[in-house]
Design a protein around this ligand. Structure first.
Ligand SMILES: [Zn+2]
Length: 195
């Protein structure tokens, strides 16, 4: 039986969770979604259908949705003495990397890779104030000032149309809201959303 989901983010979160292989992030699974012709009734087959339907959003648009849908870290049961019981979620990390590269390519927040990633973390799951980010990125001889971080953050936020913690404003412009609308259309017309 075909499953359905309440909204696009829930469908994406589910598709990422049934990978069955933590070593392969979603972007690599999107690449071979076309080849997964198999039985669409099993979970992997249905996840393949979702990724295939969202193929046109590959790159930054899909990355905003994955970064929004999945958690930054997931439980780890490796039992290694050094393990904190959590590890970074591969799908989330991949999405952040894709967005950091896309921001650079688009000329957004080009100051440094670390700054782009820190700002993306703020938008997608691990909120830090711009002051905290500035302090974390400052070296002994190379201070980073809050104003620079905030300026880069605002630019990045407008480009993504991303929401920050506690921000309930309706944003319609930017990569993320556009990707969400399109993903909703695509999944809805395939009958995969209940709403
Ligand atoms: Zn572990």
């Amino acid at each position: 039986m075909r499953q359905s989901w309440s909204d696009a983010l829930t469908a994406i979160r589910w598709a990422c969770s049934v990978s069955g292989n933590p070593g392969r992030p979603y972007s690599s699974r999107m690449l071979d979604a076309w080849r997964e012709e198999g039985d669409s009734t099993d979970a992997a087959g249905q996840a393949g259908i979702i990724f295939r339907l969202l193929w046109e959003l590959r790159g930054a648009p899909m990355a905003t949705l994955v970064a929004r849908a999945v958690k930054p870290s997931i439980p780890c049961r490796c039992k290694a003495p050094c393990c904190s019981g959590k590890r970074m979620n591969n799908d989330w990390k991949e999405a952040i990397d894709v967005l950091a590269a896309a921001a650079l390519a688009a000329g957004i927040s080009g100051r440094s890779y670390d700054l782009r990633v820190a700002i993306l973390h703020r938008f997608y799951g691990s909120y830090q104030s711009y002051r905290q980010i500035a302090l974390a990125l400052s070296g002994d001889n190379a201070p980073v000032d809050d104003g620079t971080v905030a300026r880069n953050g605002k630019e990045m936020k407008a480009w993504l149309g991303a929401k920050e913690g506690g921000d309930n404003s309706e944003t319609r412009d930017g990569i993320e809201p556009m990707a969400f609308m399109r993903a909703t259309e695509l999944l809805q017309s395939a009958g995969l959303l209940t709403g």
